[in-house]
Design a protein around this ligand. Structure first.
Ligand code: AGP
Length: 614
């Protein structure tokens, strides 16, 4: 996720902005930039790919002097991480610069319209359409904020946007649209600050206003005018935050894990963004370097990973086999590397890894490569070893995941594999146009479905109260939600230290049913999918043996509600996308049980965020 910092006041803007960006480095990025309105009235930009120290060196070599500026660290969504794609983006007149967090979902259409009007684009990014739209509406009798409102009314998606103009040297305009890009305004003494996250400005002020969706701030040295996107003035109260720097990174959440569970609206937006042409119903995964010729030749895909990532791969198997009709085998990486796997030149080894540094996964990748396989990876940490050694990759784009228990880096690869399956099917011709359009259209609603599941956190916390003292637990799932059972169990065991097992629902009669009794609660994942009737019978069998049952069910399913002791409701979601949603109440359940047990949720005992040794 991108970082934004802005300043207006009596001091030199450059060091304040650069230091602020440094405080946001933990968010992950692959390029950075700064724009300052210099004392001669010109806006000048410095930007580069790579880490912030490259930008600092650039600014040392070519200093920027002024009291108004904005800066940005970018996590590439589309457009390679290089200087021309780094923010801030300047328009054709050189009078406006913009920094942006989020994705303009309809940027292809907007770009075509602007090109038809004679606009020349200098980057591959979606963001650049914003600055050209603002310039289009800006004129002597149209103030910057009004031009910005007109421009923003054309944008689809979730955004945090900050812009300045040499035409109005005493102003910063900022806006938040949707839930992706946070925007916080800091109040100083005759100086003002703006940032995407508190840590960037905490050293200067603790008096802040967090913008809400569809709010615009017009900021001058003396303060802020808040309005909605129709220009209607809004009242506001400032907050005084007492956070220490680490707490500031958690924002309004108690733990990084809770923050990251809730960040899934944003991380699912980011993993989709820029990769879907919704008009043409096409998937764009350029970093995979996949040709139609090779796609047609693929005979088998091994998905190799560890822990949570392996469970994500189990969902991917169902998706790729169902949509692209390619045989898929999921292998725990520590097994794959030692079992003399059968690999041909038409085999793909697809590694899934949040860190991209897991020793077993890297070793399995090396094994696959040594045997002639094509190596792909789905990785979160840009520039990690797994990404570097792959022939092609898909970045999860969730932003850094700090909590040891993986959450957003589980749901993102589920969607990445869904998109991969559609792309493979499209290239292999195994999907009709209408089927492809339907599958692609559903992607647009994933962040909203996640938001609906997250909105029920209070209900989940209540169920956690009733489970906080259990010593065992079984999670049952079937079909595409069988891995959800495994992942839900892993979440509970790794942060609450309760012994929990995930099991295919159909396996109960082959042994585990002997465990059913009052002290053995059963979590049944039973959304409205092709297997729901089988899961209802599972619930009945569990109840018949006095096991308490907690069901994950689709809103309105009265049958399951009548049979279960508790229900964790999820929205009605197409079954192929359901694992990204059904897991959310299980993440929250594990989190709240661990909190009730007074445990260290973010750093559970014996665990590391990345297992870089065997
Ligand atoms: C999951 O919550 C754990 N942190 C662990 O299972 C993790 O998924 C596994 O170690 C793989 O890590 P990676 O995705 O960084 O390769």
């Amino acid at each position: 996720m991108c970082g934004i910092v802005g300043y207006i006041g009596p001091r030199d803007a450059t060091p304040i902005i650069l230091n602020g960006l440094k405080r946001l480095e933990y968010r992950g990025y692959d390029s950075a930039g700064i724009a300052v309105l210099e004392v001669d009235g010109q806006l000048r930009v410095r930007r580069d790919a790579g880490k912030l120290n490259r930008l600092v060196t650039l600014v040392d070599e070519q200093p920027l002097n002024g009291n108004l500026g904005i800066g940005h660290t970018r996590w590439a969504t589309h457009g390679e991480p290089n200087a021309r794609n780094a923010h801030p983006h300047m328009g054709a007149t050189g009078e406006v610069v913009v920094v942006h967090n989020g994705i303009v979902e309809n940027f292809l259409q907007l770009r075509e319209e602007l090109v038809a009007e004679g606009v020349e684009f200098k980057s591959d990014t979606d963001t650049e359409v914003i600055v050209h739209l603002v310039e289009k509406f800006l004129s002597t009798d149209v103030p910057l904020e009004q031009a910005a409102r007109s421009a923003f009314s054309h944008l689809k998606g979730h955004h945090g946007i900050v812009l300045i103009s040499s035409r109005e040297p005493d102003k910063i305009v900022a806006a938040r649209i949707g839930n992706a890009g946070g925007v916080v305004v800091g109040f100083g003494q005759e100086e003002m600050f703006i940032a995407s996250d508190m840590p960037a400005i905490l050293e200067h002020t603790r008096e802040v206003v967090f913008l809400e969706s569809r709010q615009m701030a017009v900021i001058t040295r003396g303060g802020m005018a808040l309005q909605d996107l129709d220009g209607k003035p809004l009242e506001y109260q400032t907050d005084i935050v007492s956070w220490d720097p680490v707490a500031a990174e958690k924002g309004e959440y108690r733990h990084f894990m809770q923050k990251e569970i809730h960040e899934q609206i944003r991380s699912l937006t980011d993993t989709i963004a820029g990769r879907v042409d919704f008009e043409e119903a096409r998937i764009l995964l350029p970093q995979l370097n996949l040709t139609a010729e090779f796609a047609k030749k693929i005979e088998k895909i091994y998905i190799i990973a560890c822990g949570t990532a392996a469970y994500a791969g189990m969902v991917g198997k169902v998706l790729i086999e169902k949509i692209a009709r390619i045989p898929v085998e999921v292998d725990i990486a520590s097994e794959f590397r030692y079992r003399d796997p059968i690999v041909t030149p038409n085999t793909v080894v697809l590694a899934i890894s949040q860190s991209g540094e897991t020793a077993d996964t890297l070793a399995a990748m090396a094994e696959g490569k040594a045997r002639g396989a094509t190596l792909w990876s789905i990785v979160n940490v840009v520039g990690s070893q797994a990404m570097r050694i792959s022939d092609g990759y898909i970045s999860m784009q969730t932003g850094p995941e700090i909590g040891v228990a993986s959450t957003k880096a589980y749901t993102a690869p589920l969607i990445d594999q869904y998109m991969l399956a559609i792309l493979l099917a499209d290239l292999r011709g195994t999907l009709s146009e209408s089927e492809r359009k339907a599958l692609v259209a559903d992607l647009a609603r994933v962040p909203d479905w996640a938001g609906q599941a997250l909105s029920r956190e209070a209900e989940v916390a209540k169920v956690a109260e009733s489970l906080k003292d259990i010593t065992h637990c079984l999670y049952l799932g079937r079909g595409i939600n069988m891995p959800t059972a495994y992942e839900g169990a892993l979440k509970l065991k790794e942060i609450s230290y309760i012994h929990a097992e995930g099991y295919p629902g159909g396996e109960m009669k082959h042994g585990p049913i002997a465990l059913f009794e009052e002290s053995m609660p059963v979590i049944v994942i039973a959304p409205r999918d092709p297997w729901v009737d089988k899961m209802i019978s599972q619930i009945e069998q569990s109840k018949a043996r006095r096991s308490p049952v907690v069901s994950v069910a689709t809103e309105g399913d009265d049958t399951i509600a009548s049979l279960s002791d508790h229900v964790l409701w999820v929205p009605d979601v197409p079954w192929m996308l359901s694992p990204a949603i059904t897991v959310i109440p299980l993440q929250l359940l594990a989190y709240h049980i661990a909190v009730l047990r007074g445990l260290d949720v973010d750093q559970p005992r014996n665990l590391a965020k990345s297992v870089t040794v065997e």
